[in-house]
Design a protein around this ligand. Structure first.
Ligand SMILES: *Cc1c(COP(=O)(O)O)cnc(C)c1O
Length: 339
């Protein structure tokens, strides 16, 4: 089925995702009623939900169009992208091989438990950097090709231009929804705050809004080259969608990484508690907790004003909370953490 931007798309996500006001959290941060809202991409469905569902709609359609029979991807130990790719493969009837950084745990928890239930071929590659995971995805694809299979390699986070098309369309979805909800008085969105892992979501949104000034990405420490990757990926996906390159300068906040990718911080914990206790919204320790911490910091230092129409883009990730290490962190508040 061709999607709105003329690329084949397989519907996998529950769309549009809700756009909800966060007036109680907004009030806590000294914001006017209606200024702060949340885009619920944690509610996309697909084996627990999250931002990868929108990317996989385009990636799976591309895989099928190319006659591929196996999705190949990878990620960190508690990768949401791995979980959702395995689910998408099952839903569309493709095989799936995933490479995961780290050692196979004795007792699977969080995303790994769901991975085992979903049943892709899992290759544990030991401690690995972002680039080592990318290399392992290529390696597994070549190995499958040599055995006569037709692999479709998806980079970490689904962060190529095809995947980012999902967020070009999502930007339009937000605008439409906002206009419908606000009626004629039009306080258009002034800032979207989103977690930057691979940066594909940020790139797609900037391209879809046609303006870098509307998106503030919060670096969670997954890759060191976001400042180059996001703008170049945004130009690439804009070209693919037939749009002009987005105006302005790419905005990425690098202040919330703490000790590194997946290592929680005190600010992340404060964000998790505020969202849970003021709004009943569950954030995750790896991505959305740090992203919300970045929003709170930007509000406190005045980069977000009391009436700035701000949308926090929730990208999912709840299963990681059920990984043992994070459960201990939630209970004890301990941020003594080693990666
Ligand atoms: C993958 C992921 C992100 C980061 O998205 P990118 O497009 O890779 O930057 C953010 N939040 C959650 C929960 C994710 O799983």
């Amino acid at each position: 089925m061709p999607g709105r931007i003329g690329f084949p798309r397989i519907p996998l996500a529950h769309l549009p995702t809700p756009l909800e006001r966060l007036d109680r959290l907004g009030a806590h941060l000294g914001m006017e009623p209606g200024a702060l809202s949340i885009k619920r991409d944690d509610a996309t469905g697909l084996a627990g939900g999250g931002n990868k569902a929108r990317k996989l709609e385009y990636l799976c359609a591309d895989a099928q169009a190319r006659g591929c029979d196996t999705l190949v991807t990878g990620g960190g130990h508690q990768s949401n992208h791995v979980r959702m790719t395995a689910a998408a493969a099952n839903r569309v009837g493709l095989a799936c091989t995933v490479v995961i950084a780290g050692a196979q745990p004795e007792q699977p928890s969080g995303n790994v438990l769901l991975d085992e239930l979903l049943g892709p071929a899992i290759v544990w590659i030991g401690p690995a950097t972002y680039y080592a995971i990318e290399a392992a995805i290529v390696h597994e694809s070549e190995r499958l090709t040599a055995t006569g299979r037709r692999p479709y390699a998806i980079p970490v986070g689904g962060a190529n231009a095809i995947g980012a098309l999902g967020y070009v369309v999502a930007a339009e979805e937000l605008r439409t929804q906002q206009r419908a909800q606000l009626g004629a008085q039009l306080a258009e969105v002034e800032l979207v705050v989103v977690a930057d892992g691979s940066g594909g979501t940020h790139a797609g949104l900037a391209a879809g809004f046609d303006d870098h000034a509307l998106v503030l990405g919060i670096d969670v420490g997954a890759r060191p080259d976001l400042d180059q990757q996001v703008p170049s990926k945004a130009d690439e996906v804009a070209a693919l969608a037939g749009l002009p390159p987005p105006a302005g300068h790419c905005q990425i906040d690098h202040d919330q990484i703490g000790m590194g990718y997946a290592a929680p911080t005190d600010a992340c914990r404060e964000a998790l508690e505020l969202a849970a206790r003021l709004e009943g919204v569950i954030l995750d320790p790896v991505y959305t907790g740090k992203a919300m911490a970045g929003l709170i910091q930007a509000r406190r230092d005045g980069r977000i004003g009391a009436s700035t129409t701000t949308v926090f883009w929730h990208t999912g990730g709840m299963p990681a909370l059920f990984a043992r290490a994070y459960a201990d962190w939630i209970r004890t508040g301990s941020t003594l953490w080693t990666t």
